[in-house]
Design a protein around this ligand. Structure first.
Ligand code: AMP
Length: 192
């Protein structure tokens, strides 16, 4: 199964991604997690990404695309994968399509997690308290929403046009949302 998860900051994408990846025994590829671990280890990639992340801005497409291309080339992705936080721009989605076309392994489904904006802000501020993420202060949260609206939300149309988009109501308990997502996936015949 080859999946992409879409959804605004605070929609619970990461949590759901981990559960879906476990259910299907596929690698959970979170570009945000990869960047954070590079920042922690002070690698050159981390140093390049950190300034963008701290501001709530997107890391340049070229850097992200190269990183995801490397990751998808690893052996564990042969049986499928779940992308969480990528693509985030139309050029990233186009690059992903090209990459998957070249290797003859198209996406099976794109799940979009939907939550009303007021609830998202409340969730993010709570997460800022709990996890101390530097990119969860109010200004940065606002910026991340703006970036989502301007750069990432057009991807819904992009994938809708390919017949791949499925919306998931992401309000409710983690378990309920997982059940909805897994329910949507049950109807999907993985493409060869
Ligand atoms: P996330 O954990 O997915 O919210 O990502 C945290 C931060 O990492 C984002 O605010 C961006 O700065 C950066 N990032 C993660 N994924 C991408 C991506 N696909 N394109 C550009 N920047 C990204």
């Amino acid at each position: 199964m080859r999946l992409v998860l879409l959804g605004p900051p605070g929609a619970g994408k990461g949590t759901q991604a981990a559960k879906i990846a476990e259910a299907y025994q596929i690698p959970h590829i979170s570009t945000g997690d990869i960047f954070r671990s590079n920042v922690r280890d002070a690698t050159p990639l981390g140093e390049e990404a950190q300034g963008y992340m701290d501001r709530g801005a997107l890391v340049p497409d070229e850097l992200v695309i190269r990183m995801v291309s490397d990751r998808l080339g690893q052996d564990d992705c042969a049986k499928g994968f779940l992308l969480d936080g990528f693509p985030r721009t139309v050029p990233q989605a186009q690059a992903l399509d090209r990459l998957l076309d070249e290797s003859g392994r198209p996406l099976d489904l794109v799940l979009r997690f939907e939550v009303p904006e007021e609830e998202l802000v409340a969730r993010l501020l709570k997460r800022a308290d709990l996890e101390g993420r530097v990119d969860d202060t109010e200004d940065v949260i606002r910026k991340r929403f703006e970036v989502y609206r301007d750069e990432t939300s057009p991807l819904a149309d992009f994938y809708e046009a390919q017949g791949l988009l499925t919306d998931i109501d992401a309000v409710g308990s983690v378990e309920d949302v997982t059940a909805r997502a897994l329910g949507a996936l049950e109807d999907v015949e993985p493409r060869p």
